[in-house]
Design a protein around this ligand. Structure first.
Ligand code: 5GP
Ligand code: MN
Length: 337
């Protein structure tokens, strides 16, 4: 954000506003962490603020301070519509294209509100008056920390805000190991600990709440893993039947794709998961080094994300999706060897 934009947002927030904060559909730790941190901050500033998530999120996020006040659009449409109609300002966090909020898109696009985007994904769309977009950032939570600092309010960060931001930075950086984790990220993390974020209990709340069936689903996924040595690539499939057999709950497959990437020498890992309700296959893509899964997902699977972490979908069956995937890989042989 440049000085002019910071001044613009400062002026915008000088008087109490009706504010709606929106994370992307199927929100993750960074999306929920960043919206909650900003929500706590704006409420302290006397604004009438509310978070509307497009849909529900995994149980391992349902302990975060303020989480129980998040409105879910898909199960509470009328209330959400009323809040959106009354909004003067809409913050969109952890996504940069209104297509990422699913069925909320037409309702949000029709409001008269002033949009503020805070996001770290590539190729932002042009819908926001104030855009804080930086693809070098580890997480949207790190950007919310910066945003609060830009507004001169770093000292007003509470333990609740610190907990939420710590959580999102931790989850989006794979516990501080991905390349986007900088020394500045660590300095911010240190400040958040000073302000009351309890690292051990946050890590425990996110990662050590496995059910037996989730561990067994992981076992099944690992059994299904296929190595394509020629391309230094692995893929995992999970069918609908397997999801049902292991009592799948939202979020259960989070992180599975990283096991593929942990194999020695592997540069590209994919996981294909059949959707339980609708006939499509959702995919998560991860890479190491320069191979851009963002470009791969955009070019072939109607998706996007970051250089080393992206997602997409296929309207084909699992069998056809895997076949298409392996055929496409031949185009990338030199990039992957
Ligand atoms: P995940 O694989 O964990 O669902 O997502 C990895 C990254 O890719 C996230 O930053 C997420 O926002 C992005 N992403 C996942 N699915 C999609 C998609 O369908 N479209 C786009 N544009 N980005 C996606
Ligand atoms: Mn993020």
């Amino acid at each position: 954000m440049n000085e002019v934009e910071i001044q613009g947002v400062k002026t915008l927030l000088e008087t109490p506003k009706n504010i709606v904060i929106i994370p992307h559909k199927n929100p993750d730790g960074d999306a929920i962490g960043s919206t909650l941190a900003l929500w706590h901050y704006l409420k302290k500033g006397q604004h009438n603020a509310v978070i509307i998530a497009p849909n529900d999120y995994p149980n391992f996020l349902k302990w975060m301070p303020g989480e129980d006040e998040i409105v879910k659009f898909d199960s509470n449409r009328q209330h959400a519509q009323m809040l959106l109609d009354a909004a003067n300002v809409i913050f969109t966090l952890d996504f940069n294209d209104l297509g990422r909020i699913g069925e909320m898109e037409p309702v949000v696009a029709a409001t008269e509100a002033t949009f503020v985007m805070i996001d770290h994904h590539q190729q932002p769309s042009d819908y926001a008056t104030y855009m804080y977009s930086d693809t070098s950032m580890s997480s949207t939570c790190e950007m919310v920390y910066n945003f609060i600092s830009f507004l001169g309010d770093e000292n007003s960060i509470t333990d609740e805000m610190a907990t939420c931001m710590y959580t999102g930075i931790m989850t989006d950086t794979g516990s501080f190991r991905f390349k986007a984790t900088t020394s500045t990220t660590h300095r911010i993390i240190a400040n958040l600990m000073d302000k009351g974020a309890d690292n051990a209990s946050i890590h425990n709340a996110i990662y050590d709440t496995n059910s037996l069936s989730r561990l067994q689903l992981l076992g099944c996924a690992l059994k299904n893993l296929v190595v394509l040595e020629k391309y230094n690539t692995v893929y995992i499939t999970i069918s609908k039947e397997e999801l049902i057999r292991y009592d799948f709950k939202k979020g259960d497959t989070e992180g599975f794709v990283n096991y593929g990437l942990s194999l020695k020498g592997i540069k590209f890992a994919a996981i294909f998961i059949e959707n339980l309700q609708e006939p499509y296959v959702k995919m998560s893509l991860r890479s190491k080094g320069d191979f851009s899964v963002n470009e791969f997902a955009r070019a072939h699977f109607n998706g996007g994300g970051h250089t080393n972490a992206a997602g997409g979908r296929s309207e084909n069956s699992m069998e056809v999706t895997v076949q298409k995937f392996t055929e496409i890989l031949t185009e990338y042989k030199s990039a992957l060897s």
